[in-house]
Design a protein around this ligand. Sequence first.
Ligand SMILES: [Ca+2]
Length: 190
Amino acid sequence: MLSYLSYTVVAALLMTCHALCNCPGAPGRAGLKGQPRLPRLRDFLDTGFHSSLVNLKYQLSRLEGVLALDGKIKVVGEKILASNGKEVDFESALESCEEAGGTLATPVNEEENKAILGIVKQYNRYAYLGIKEGETSGEFMDINGTPLNYTKWHQNEPNGKGRENCVEMYSDGTWNDKKCNLNRLTICEF
Ligand SMILES: [Ca+2]
């Protein structure tokens, strides 16, 4: 009796699974001719996953709004900019950003430069950018060693001739090559 009951339960489960899964020949796959298509198990999962993603996106967008309103972050394109308000040397600033999962803010266009400038003005402090001088004097690149496509040098900068290997942003948004061991505002991008 017990074994018959077990068999019935297993058979019912298999039939249900067969109807919902993506098995070839299952009614749920293409639907029987002339009959409405039955939902598949994958559809249920996809719908649940999709609605979770939509909900997550909504929650993140609300959090971004709250943080931006409070002046904690600036959203520019795909980037989020933030500062911890600390003034430290270049290596320490970079380390703080990387520990938080980002890197030092590195503007790649005018819009990003303006967004970083907004934080420089907010704290009224010059900030190190994620830019360093390469092996060749006067050639600056980002943290990954990629040459710059966008620059915003202050007049007559860079003028360090190999002695100023880091780059700071002035409070007008222009750049100056500068020694790396000074205390400058930490601004990270994520
Ligand atoms: Ca300089």
